[in-house]
Design a protein around this ligand. Structure first.
Ligand code: C2E
Ligand code: MG
Ligand code: MG
Ligand code: MG
Length: 278
């Protein structure tokens, strides 16, 4: 195969690129239509305190169900939404949905439970991003301290000062900020101290081998780093009881993963709260 592509490199790559471009365009077209037709849904994955075993929050995660009943992973369509600019409208819709659930929580027996929303780089780069998020939250009259935005360290890759200023404004309104996928991106540690963070999320990559001999060094280091900075530390991707035990030993604060619960529709999340937090 390698030999063939060596003989016809141009043709080989050209065809592949064209296929990829066409695929992308058709997916974007379908995403735009399906978003307009209400085919996106927010799922909620519980986040638990390791000390109490109670649910303290949920991460809101997008799901796209096509008309054919096929689920497309956000790992596939978020990049397309970013590339096409659709992420702006979708992202605002996500904040709106999360705020609706926050109000449901406020009126439930579980008013302290928070909701985290993922935010993409193109959203952050919008001049009116901060004011839009605040306006949506205010229109629902939510308790801002229960809303958290998850950013990845890659948002700092260019124009870090603009991002830091935006985060400071959000914080001033009481909104929390979490650093997602920590340790997998390209940011410099020097920025970490400049960010007004509340939580550090230990990426699944550092949790998967945590119960193996020598497999917990990075998780241990990240947990200590976060704690020394005065942040809450939450580990994601916990799938086994052994991983939980190790995270307890490392004094991690909070956990999220399939071992506890998969992302689920809002109604199921409320049932889950009734079962676990009562
Ligand atoms: P993320 O923010 O790091 O979200 C965590 C991902 O890990 C989710 O994948 C979740 O379902 C998955 N996960 C949780 N626990 C486990 C576990 O124990 N094992 C394994 N194998 N996976 C686990 P998901 O829902 O497919 O989302 C993928 C990514 O798509 C997210 O990564 C996030 O970057 C992005 N995304 C999802 N929803 C949104 C959204 O509303 N807006 C934006 N901008 N991005 C989103
Ligand atoms: Mg996240
Ligand atoms: Mg993550
Ligand atoms: Mg991620």
């Amino acid at each position: 195969l390698a030999k063939k592509s060596l003989h016809e490199p141009y043709v080989y790559y050209h065809q592949e690129m064209e296929d990829k471009t066409l695929w992308r365009l058709s997916m974007i077209r379908q995403l735009r239509t399906d978003f307009a037709d209400n085919r996106l849904e927010l799922f909620y994955q519980p986040q638990l305190s390791l000390a109490t075993g109670k649910i303290i929050g949920a991460e809101a995660l997008l799901r796209w169900k096509t008309a054919e009943g096929k689920f497309i992973s956000p790992a596939v369509f978020i990049p397309l939404a970013e590339y096409s600019g659709l992420i702006i409208d979708i992202g605002n819709w996500v904040v709106d949905q999360a705020c609706q659930q926050l109000n449901r929580l406020a009126e439930s027996k579980f008013p302290d439970v928070s909701i985290s929303v993922n935010v993409s780089i193109p959203q952050f780069k919008r001049e009116n991003f901060v004011s839009t998020v605040i306006a949506i939250a205010q229109s629902h009259k939510v308790d801002m301290s229960k809303l958290e935005l998850e950013i990845t360290e890659n948002v700092l890759m260019d124009e870090p000062q603009i991002i830091i200023d935006a985060l400071v404004k959000l914080k001033a309104e009481g909104i929390s900020i979490a650093l997602d996928d920590f340790g997998t991106g390209f940011s410099s540690l020097s920025y970490l101290q400049k960010l007004p963070l509340d939580r550090l999320k230990v990426d699944r990559a550092f949790v998967s081998d945590i119960a193996e001999p020598g497999g917990s060094i990075i998780a241990d280091t990240i947990i200590n780093l976060g704690k020394q900075m005065g942040l809450k530390v939450i580990a994601e991707g916990i799938e086994t009881i052994e991983q939980e035990a190790e995270l307890k030993a490392l004094a991690c604060d909070e956990v999220q993963g399939f071992y506890y619960a998969k992302p689920m529709p809002a109604d199921d999340f409320f049932s889950c709260l009734e079962k676990i937090n009562r």
